[in-house]
Design a protein around this ligand. Structure first.
Ligand code: ATP
Ligand code: LTN
Length: 336
């Protein structure tokens, strides 16, 4: 009997900066458990990274380091297809076709375009505008059912659905309609220095952001300096509005240890913020230590990493090319 088709998942992260504790707890950690139930594709979105100018040597190094970190986080390359986006030309090829089925008006309304063009006023290139069609191509090439993304990226899946719907209406059922997949434990990790803002790689220098590859002494230093509040009694309890700093630290501690907020409140009852911050720092150190050590070991074995991304690209291409061929046929290109 033929096995039922497993649902397909696709996601990715741009190698435009170093992976952070936020990208781990908010994204990658949740991906690890999906491998048995779903057919999973995770890419290193290097085509997307160059919408913002990159140093070529660093981009190359970070892409390999990110691959090593994906594996070190527990993404088994046997069970997941891990690949570098630029190794599968079908992304750029379908991206162009979908550009022609995406309206300028819908692109100009994307919040990420508005944010990024405000931050890069000297380089508002066409890629920054059209990248939602490339993102749609990323997803639609694999006929993905689910796209794990943070709350902030739901708009991208919506525009993908609009593009897919437009295409399917013209040509029949070519693309599977993807849904955003926001994990139940989809913790949004905030900056340690500005807990109103998301922890992001742009805050690498001020101690607001923990990188996956940070050394334990740096992690401890950043946590000891983390912003809390000046409430008398210095109580550890969860209240996102009134106590954003403490609540964020509780969220991080909960994600790293699996403890509930009630257990954490009881554990630190009567103890000051100092003891709490040290405990959170230690929990993060112990969560990241094996990942960093494993990633460092993998990075010393370039031949192994090469075998993984080559195999990943071959597997991803097989699926992607099937979809691309169908699209080319539907729009009326002559078969080669
Ligand atoms: P972009 O910069 O265009 O948002 P990216 O690929 O660089 O794209 P990141 O911001 O690095 O994306 O995020 C990668 C993934 O990790 C996304 O799914 C995002 O929702 C999640 N993520 C990143 N930072 C955090 C955070 N602080 N808390 C929770 N999830 C996060
Ligand atoms: N989050 C990133 C990476 C990305 C992505 C995707 C995520 C590129 N294509 C498709 C999920 C699905 C971004 O927005 N550039």
């Amino acid at each position: 009997m033929e096995e039922a088709r497993k649902k397909v998942i696709l996601s990715g992260i741009k190698p435009s900066g170093n992976l952070t504790l936020g990208s781990y707890l908010g994204a990658i950690k949740n991906w690890v458990d999906l491998a048995d139930e779903y057919e999973c594709y995770y890419m290193l979105a290097d085509l997307h990274a160059i919408t913002v100018r990159q140093n070529p040597a660093e981009l190359r190094k970070r892409t390999l380091s990110q691959l090593a970190q994906y594996i070190a986080c527990g993404l088994d390359p046997e069970k997941n297809t891990l690949f570098i986006q630029s190794h599968v030309p079908a992304h750029a090829q379908l991206g162009w076709v979908l550009d022609c089925y995406t309206m300028f008006g819908e692109l100009s309304r994307m919040t990420q375009f508005k944010d990024k063009s405000a931050k890069n006023a000297d380089n508002i290139n066409a890629g920054l505008v059209t990248y939602p069609s490339l993102r749609a191509a990323d997803i639609l090439l694999y006929q993905a059912d689910l796209v794990p993304v943070g709350e902030d990226q739901k708009q991208h899946v919506e525009i993908t659905r609009d593009i897919a719907h437009r295409f399917n209406t013209l040509y029949g059922d070519v693309f599977t309609m993807p849904e955003p997949f926001i994990p139940k434990t989809g913790a949004r990790i905030m900056s340690l220095q500005n807990p109103e803002n998301k922890m992001s790689k742009s805050e690498e220098d001020n101690g607001g952001c923990i990188l996956m590859m940070n050394k334990p002494e740096d992690i401890m230093r950043y946590f000891k300096r983390a912003v809390t509040d000046s409430e008398t009694g210095r109580c550890v309890y969860y209240d996102k509005e009134k106590k954003p700093g403490v609540s964020n630290l509780m969220q991080i501690y909960a994600s790293c240890t699996g403890k509930s907020f009630e257990t954490i409140e009881a554990e630190f009852d009567g103890l000051g913020y100092g003891a709490f911050k040290t405990a959170v720092g230690e929990a993060v150190v112990e969560t990241l230590r094996p990942i960093r050590e494993k990633a460092e070991e993998l990075l010393r074995d370039k031949a192994y990493l090469e075998s993984i991304y080559r195999d990943g690209a071959a597997r991803a291409s097989r699926t992607a090319e099937r979809t691309l061929a169908k699209v080319y046929r539907k729009v009326g290109f002559v078969q080669r």
